[in-house]
Each structure stands twice: as C-alpha cells, then as structure tokens.
Design a protein around this ligand. Sequence first.
Ligand code: FAD
Ligand code: NAP
Length: 316
Amino acid sequence: MAQQYDTIILGAGPGGMTAATYASRANMSVLMIDRGIYGGQMNNTAEIENYPGFPSILGPELAEKMYASSTQFGAEYAFGTVLHVEAQADGSWRVVTDMDEYSANTVIVATGAAYKKLDVPGEEAFAGRGVSYCAVCDGAFFRGQHVIVVGGGDSAVEEATYLAGLADHVTIVHRRDKLRAQQILQDRAFANEKISFVWNSEVEEILGDDKKVTGVRVRNNQTDETSEIDAAGVFIYVGLLPVSDPVQDLGITDANGWIMTNDRMETSQPGIFAIGDVREKELRQITTAVGDAAVAGQNAFSYNENFKMRASEVTE
Ligand code: FAD
Ligand code: NAP
C-alpha cells in the first residue's frame, strides 16, 4: 500500500520548503521528496543579498533555516528521485520514485531548473577537470589562477565577482556587448580590477591537455576572428533549463518544458500545482519561488478540503 498524504511536494528547494511550511501549518499531511540535499540551487550560491530579513546570508545557511521552518509543523522529508506522477481512479495522484511509491490528493511540483550546457567540444571531456557550473563548489581549486566565466546574466556576473576573490584574474566572455545582469551586479564587476571582459565573443571550444583545461578558443561574432585565451578553469553560466521530466506526460508544460499555471499556481491537471523556477514566469528568484509557494500551499489546502468532502459524500 502506497503511503498516503494530503499533499506531496516534488523538490525541496526554497519553493518546495515554503510550500511545505504553508501546507503543514494548515494541518495537511505533507511529504517533501528531493533527490539531493534540501536547498536546491541555494546550495550553489555563495552570498544572497536580496532575501528579505537577511542583509547578507550564505546560500546553504538560508537552506538550513528554511528546512527548519518547513518541518516545524510536521512535514516529512524523503530522499528519492521522482520518476513520474500518474492519475488514480479516485482522482488522487500516485507519485513514483526510484525508492518508493506514494499517494496524495494534491501534488506541488517544485523541481526547479538546472544549468544549461554550452554544447561545445571539450565541455563534456573536461567536466570536473576545469569545466564547472558551480563557483561555490569548485572556485577554491583555482586560487591564484586565471579563470573564464561564460555568460552575461546574473549568475555569470555574480559568480565572476565571487571567483575574483579567489582567482588571480577572471575574464568574462559574453556573446553581446551588453550584460543582462542586474545593474548592481554589473557595477561591482566593472569596478573590480580583477575582472575583464571579452565582448561579442562565443566560446567555440574548451581546450586542454591530457589532464585538464588549458584555455578556450573564442570567435568574435562581429569580425569572425578567432583567438585563444589561456585559463585553468571555465565556469559556464548560460542560463537554465526546466526540470520537469517527472511530469512531462501530464500535458502541463509548454514547448520548452516550463510548467504553465494560473495565478493560483494551478496547472491544467486538477490537484497538481507548480511553483518556483520550473514554472513559466518572468523572474526566477528565491523571493518569487517562496511567493508562488505560499499561494500554492493555500490553494492546495482548499482543493484538499473539497476533495475530502466529495469523497465522503460518495461513501455516504
Ligand atoms: P530549485 O532551487 O531549483 O530546487 C529544486 C529542487 O528540486 C532541487 O533540490 C532538486 O534536487 C529537486 N528535484 C529536481 N528534480 C527532482 C526529481 N525528479 N526528484 C526529486 N527531486 C528533484 N536567487 C535569488 O533570489 N538571489 C540570489 O542571490 C540568487 N543567486 C543565484 C546564484 C546562482 C549561481 C544560481 C544558479 C541561482 C541563483 N538564484 C538567486 C536563483 C534561485 O536560486 C532560484 O530562483 C531558486 O532556487 C528557485 O527555487 P525552486 O525551489 O523553484 O527550485
Ligand atoms: P539568464 O538570465 O538566462 O542569462 C544567461 C546568459 O547566458 C545571458 O547573458 C545569455 O546571453 C547567455 N547565453 C545563453 N546561451 C548562451 C550560449 N549558448 N552561448 C553563450 N552565451 C549564452 O541565466 P542566469 O544568469 O543563470 O539566471 C537565471 C535566473 O536566476 C534568472 O532569473 C536570474 O535573475 C536568477 N539569478 C538571480 C541572482 C540574484 O538575484 N542575485 C543571481 C543569479 C541568478 P544574452 O544576454 O545574449 O541572452
């Protein structure tokens, strides 16, 4: 018999943990499932300066605090990779992981987003040998050396500034001549003497010897000229892809895999809600993930009450 909950939350990033807080505080039985440690992308973030109440906090520290909040009203946490979610005859949902099977009246999908790859030669071959997607995890390996950051968004510029505190020098390679990042992050990077920019340039190949990365070959997309830049590490921050594979069969995603919801965080499947970075939305932040979560937690509660009332009418 699958273990039964009022709601099951897929993913324990800031969105999932906040949904657990709201749903369990409303007296629902709640299970959060994550394939890794709770915290999601916050575990890959050095410093967070835009979460209310904390002028500056380390990502993993905020994750710890959110986890304590999320479990204080009885929400449970289970380890496992969610493989799929399927409808059951009574209108509830079966959640299948690689470890177990569960059943719930409502499901809140909070599986977030994951880094996009550059898809250039050398990226795969040198992954873990100089190619990284996480400055907090790997930056210390490049103390006193030259590293390249690819991308022009918040992640690239913020993490380049973090890396500049460890590396001898950081070069940001961006495909345009303007950054996409928030102005405050741009201002800091421009003011940092250890950061320089290579504009209008695309990485064509990550170069290395038989052991590790030695640099990149870039092509200037205005002049078509190619050049090589020596570096010990290449940090890639070129955007995100939705992590929606466990629900891809439910018809709730757009053509790119982002989950579509209304303002109540409801998807087109009754009882399935989606929140945070996995949702089709404009601004992917911790604050917007937790805002989505509060709305979904509350609406999952209402849905669950109606579901139980309908079920008891059928049995009477
Ligand atoms: P995520 O944090 O992505 O969490 C999703 C969780 O779901 C993960 O724990 C994952 O393991 C789990 N999961 C996925 N698939 C499965 C599955 N099949 N089975 C089980 N579990 C699964 N935002 C800010 O507001 N301020 C910042 O300073 C900031 N800095 C950032 C720096 C970097 C480098 C990055 C990458 C992002 C940063 N962000 C920042 C963005 C912020 O981290 C995200 O918007 C936020 O974490 C999204 O939360 P989420 O709960 O929707 O998803
Ligand atoms: P992003 O905003 O999508 O930016 C991706 C960057 O990579 C863009 O500059 C883009 O160039 C470039 N790029 C995309 N594909 C490329 C390719 N194939 N080759 C070369 N360059 C490529 O992604 P992100 O920076 O990871 O941010 C993701 C989300 O997390 C955002 O919502 C962001 O606000 C949030 N975040 C917030 C913070 C914070 O608040 N402090 C920090 C980090 C992340 P173009 O500019 O030309 O499109």
